[in-house]
Ligand binder design. Structure first.
Ligand SMILES: [Zn+2]
Ligand SMILES: [Zn+2]
Ligand SMILES: [Zn+2]
Ligand SMILES: [Zn+2]
Length: 356
């Protein structure tokens, strides 16, 4: 355990900078391509090196001095490195441990362990025991910040070691240790640091897609993970799997849940406690109509395109009063519009390639 808080923060910063620099932000983190994005680092699988040098696995492990992975600081003046990782051992591949190994070795490089200890290879026999252990811990800490970004796990509502293993692509054994770290961070973190906020922004699209729910009937996608029922057609929602979606246009609604002007008579004087328009009596809030006083009533506020309540599936005031079109009519029109746009794009493409 690295006791120096400042060192931990510094290692976290290096890992977050690394994520920040790389253009693709989803889990599992694409560790191979992150390494490939460094022009001074080469990633060589054991299998490739074995073929090149005509080595058996046993000889390769002897060369690397490790069953897992190693780094060669082969060009000291040019600052160039090679990471070798075992891609031959099926257990390492299947468990995802090889990903951890690559991230660990990248940690040694980016934390400048070779330069610090003035070594071309870091191995147990070549270093004082205490120093070796510290460098190993630092590299592991780097790997965990890189592969298991805590703010992203929190945004995904991850609650088990198994989920960490699955999402982060690390072995189940490693995920047990990481789950403890995560819980500790989770319970002690009240505010995000600026680096953590930045990480969340980077992974926002991925998180939204992971949490999104989808309606196979009307092709609506929502990122509201409280939603049980589709707000457009009231069908049950399921997990979004990248299907084709439709965007149902929405009536503009203010922060207090009221329309800015009456949808029926255009009256703009809508007081902050109004449920209905004082001129024509239309609803100014889109709300679930399930309001039975003696029953389990709902009455939740709804979004500007919601025809149905996302909690109980009852119709909304805007649908009942005809302020929103029935969903199947809207769907028909949207599909027509979509195919017309696609047709238009195709025609434009054809025009572009036609020689004059
Ligand atoms: Zn190491
Ligand atoms: Zn639907
Ligand atoms: Zn009105
Ligand atoms: Zn409801």
């Amino acid at each position: 355990m690295i006791r120096n808080k400042y060192r931990r923060t510094a290692i976290k910063a290096v890992a977050f900078t690394c994520l920040n620099k790389f253009p693709c932000h989803s889990l599992p983190v694409d560790i191979k391509n992150i390494v490939a994005s460094f022009s001074n680092i080469r990633l060589v699988p054991y299998s490739m090196q074995m073929q090149r040098r005509n080595l058996t696995l046993k000889e390769m492990i002897e060369f690397a001095e490790s069953r897992d992975s190693c780094v060669d600081f082969y060009n000291k003046d040019g600052g160039k490195y090679i990471i070798y990782y075992n891609d031959v051992d099926f257990a390492l591949l299947r468990s995802g441990r090889y990903r951890w190994n690559i991230a660990h070795e990248l940690g040694h490089i980016l934390l400048e362990h070779h330069k610090r200890s003035d070594k071309l290879r870091l191995f147990r026999e070549g270093l004082p025991e205490q120093e070796y252990i510290l460098l190993e811990e630092e590299a592991d800490l780097f790997a965990s910040y890189l592969l298991v970004p805590h703010p992203v796990l929190k945004a995904l509502n991850i609650a088990s070691a198994l989920d960490i293993s699955r999402y982060c692509g690390i072995s189940q054994k490693a995920s047990l240790i990481r789950a403890k770290d995560y819980l500790k961070w989770f319970s002690s973190t009240k505010f995000y640091s600026s680096a953590e906020k930045r990480i969340l922004v980077l992974f926002q699209d991925f998180v939204d897609d992971e949490l999104a729910k989808y309606c196979s009937r009307c092709k609506y996608k929502t990122i509201n993970n409280q939603a049980i029922r589709c707000p457009i057609c009231s069908a049950k929602l399921s997990k979004y799997k990248g299907e084709d979606t439709l965007i149902y246009p929405s009536i503009e609604i203010g922060k207090d849940g009221r329309v800015k002007k009456c949808l029926c008579c255009d009256n703009q004087e809508i007081s902050s406690d109004a449920e209905f328009c004082k001129i024509c009596g239309s609803p100014v809030i889109n709300r679930c109509t399930n309001l039975h006083p003696f029953d389990s009533s709902c009455g939740s506020m709804a979004e500007g395109n919601a025809r149905y309540c996302i909690m109980c599936g009852s119709s909304t005031t805007f649908l009942d009063k005809g302020l929103l079109k029935p969903w199947h009519k809207e769907k028909e029109e949207l599909l027509k519009e979509k195919s017309a746009t696609q047709q238009g794009l195709l025609e434009m493409e054809e025009l572009e390639v036609t020689p004059f």
